[in-house]
Design a protein around this ligand. Structure first.
Ligand SMILES: [Zn+2]
Length: 494
């Protein structure tokens, strides 16, 4: 008699016996999209590593499409249809990685060789995103085996290879294949968890609004001995302009940038008790930083933040005795759906003018990534689906957050599906390959050991995998639930 427990047991067995070898095969293909000369590896990943696996699972219509943007990696689609009356899941992953940076890894480590060290697995793509989509396929196989070759739902797959270059072409691709990709739910395995050991359900993502602040006062630098104290210093003006935007403790002073009605009650509700932090990055949560009165979770999941990404005046690497001619800062706002980004630039202009910074220009302003959120009360989020499944499979209470942001070991993302192919609002469940991060220390060690964590898409940052094939049975509950996402799909229906 097939059972959910039986499927979970199969998944556990696979994880303990075969998953590492499967992952090692995937990691061995140097499918970075960020270095030139790997076009063949991107295609090989889809053609040789993924296609045969999908064929064994009974997928049909496996197609590797050219990217609609010339010069970017191909996109694989496949589908496994059981019955028109059953729900259809659309799932996503990416086979490309950030650049290998082969010469910068610690001794004994290589980006394209999955290597055990202590309780950590190292290898490029292990935690982003080969581990994730491999886990999902393994979970699906476990369900198939348990249910005699039936999932109980239809499945469509999109696996791209340009994610680390900003998913170039993906938007055009899914728009063009809108009907073919139509689904009831999107399960996108490329997202964060709120803390390394907390199964997470998120319901969307904060957006990014980017802009430059620029001040240009004269054609060139002028001698500081002659002009210092007489002529305006653009670096100092820019520093004051930034200080007028955000106070000493990170509170945004351009109040028109912020959600007019505060954090919505439904969002506050799901964030109540939500842990924040971890993930092994070299940062602290500073309680006095950011909007006063909000919890840490509300600050990053339910509120907007302003960040100065880079700023420059003169030549710091080779300073001369001059009052600089200009200064520039690249900034962005991380914003929730509770604010309209079309208002950001006009509000900033009004603010700068009102504070005497007419000379500071706003340049290159625009939405870099749109915000999204599915109502936390949506059945996929609140019902007996992923939350229930995640909790019961892992033994951990899951956390729900209304947006996604950083790392995940075992993470579910429920978000409004902005993919044009989806028929309804949707869910994205995310399960990263960092399935067994054992400690912050190991994660920190991993990020030190593997260079180049960031992807140019801005959502990367999982270069290596603190992915521990631990022999400590007490850890098993943490590393396994990642692969159970699909059980919730069928359990909801049956
Ligand atoms: Zn990724």
């Amino acid at each position: 008699m097939p059972s959910r427990d039986g499927a979970i047991a199969r998944a556990r067995t696979f994880f303990d016996t075969s998953f590492r070898d499967r992952l090692a095969e995937l990691v061995a293909i140097p499918s970075t999209s960020q270095d030139a000369g790997h076009d063949g590896d991107l295609r090989r990943y889809l053609e040789q590593a993924i296609r045969p696996w999908l064929e064994r699972m009974g997928f049909a219509s496996i197609t590797i499409h050219p990217n609609p943007c010339p010069g970017f990696g191909p996109i694989l689609t496949a589908e496994r249809m059981e019955s028109a009356g059953r729900p259809t899941v659309l799932t996503y992953g990416h086979g490309d990685t950030v650049r290998g940076l082969e010469d910068q890894w610690s001794a004994g480590l290589d980006p394209w060789t999955l290597t055990d060290e202590g309780d950590v697995w190292y290898g490029r793509g292990t935690a982003d995103n080969k581990g994730q989509h491999a886990l999902n396929l393994a979970a699906l196989q476990a369900v198939l085996d348990e249910r005699g070759g039936q999932l109980g739902f239809n499945l469509k797959l999109v696996l791209e290879t340009a994610e680390e270059r900003g998913s170039a072409g993906l938007r055009e691709f899914v728009a063009h294949h809108r009907d073919a990709l139509a689904a009831d739910v999107l399960i996108a395995s490329d997202g964060p968890r709120v803390a390394p050991k907390v199964p997470t359900i998120a319901t969307g993502t904060r957006g990014i609004f980017v802009f430059d602040l620029a001040i240009e006062l004269r054609p060139g630098g002028v001698h500081s001995g002659h002009w210092g104290g007489l002529t305006t210093d653009p670096a100092i003006v820019l520093a004051h302009a930034i200080a007028s935007i955000c106070d000493r403790r990170g509170k945004i002073l351009v109040r028109d940038w912020l959600p007019a009605n505060g954090v919505p009650a439904s969002v506050r509700d799901v964030l109540d008790g939500c842990p924040v932090g971890g993930g092994g990055e070299a940062a602290t949560i500073d309680p006095d930083w950011g909007e006063p009165g909000l919890t840490a979770a509300e600050k990053i999941y339910g509120w907007n933040s302003f960040i100065v990404l880079a700023m420059l005046s003169g030549r710091p690497e080779n300073p001369v005795n001059a009052v600089a001619p200009n200064a520039r800062a690249r900034c962005h706002i991380r914003y929730t759906v509770d604010t309209d980004p079309t208002g950001f630039e006009p509000a900033l202009r009004r603010h700068l003018d009102a504070h005497g910074f007419e000379a500071v220009r706003i340049e290159h302003a625009g939405v870099g990534m749109a915000a999204s959120r599915t109502d936390p009360a949506h059945p996929w989020s609140a019902g007996r689906s992923p939350a229930w499944s995640s909790r019961s499979a892992s033994g951990h209470k899951s956390s729900r957050t209304p947006r996604a942001g950083c790392r995940a070991t075992c993470s579910w993302t429920i978000s409004a599906c902005r993919w044009s192919g989806c028929r309804t609002a949707t869910m994205a469940a995310s399960s990263t390959g960092r399935t067994s991060t054992s400690s912050r220390a190991s994660a920190a060690r991993a990020s030190r050991r593997s260079p180049g964590c960031g992807g140019i898409s801005g959502k990367a940052g999982f270069p290596v995998t603190p992915n521990a094939p631990s022999t400590d049975p007490s850890r098993h509950g943490r590393r396994r639930p990642t692969i159970y996402g699909f059980f919730s799909v069928h359990s909801r229906k049956s």
